[in-house]
Design a protein around this ligand. Structure first.
Ligand SMILES: [Cu+2]
Length: 146
């Protein structure tokens, strides 16, 4: 079932890619997920894998999404056994490489949620990059699901 959902999400990403004029067709995003906020929290994390099929670095500088007031690029570092998240200016995917964004690495942090999210809901996000806008459809999942 989970594999089927991933396949569906890849398909959705492809369809949206084709529709956006500024979009590079050589960048794909798979397995995009937003974690269901815990106990009414207004901020949450996400994960996705970005595939850069081009000869150029893909540099993500910003992420946009209508359901959130602020979207930040974060990285997680471990300081004295503590997990600490800090803002970063950009996330780079090297030419012909893929990069998995996860809560324990660089990731997209969604803050100021404007309405409650439902499990299974599909949320559109736009990655602003040096190669144009990349549209992503992320599924809302419980935090424990991998
Ligand atoms: Cu974060």
């Amino acid at each position: 079932m989970h594999r089927l959902l991933c396949g569906l999400l890849m398909l959705l990403v492809s369809v949206f890619s084709g529709a956006a004029t500024a979009q590079s067709v050589d960048v794909e995003v798979g397995q995009a997920e937003i974690f269901l906020p815990q106990n009414g929290a207004s901020a949450t994390g996400s994960k996705m894998t970005i595939y850069n099929h081009t000869d150029q670095p893909l540099v993500i500088t910003k992420v946009q999404g209508k359901l959130f007031k602020h979207i930040m690029l974060h990285e997680t570092v471990f300081e004295g056994g503590q997990r600490v998240m800090q803002p970063i200016a950009q996330i780079t995917v090297k030419p012909h490489q893929q990069l998995a964004l996860t809560p324990n690495t660089a990731h997209i942090m969604l803050m100021g949620l404007l309405r409650p999210l439902k499990q299974g809901e599909l949320v559109p996000l736009t990655l602003v990059t040096n190669q144009g806008a990349v549209n992503v459809i992320a599924r809302v999942v419980p935090m424990h699901l991998h």
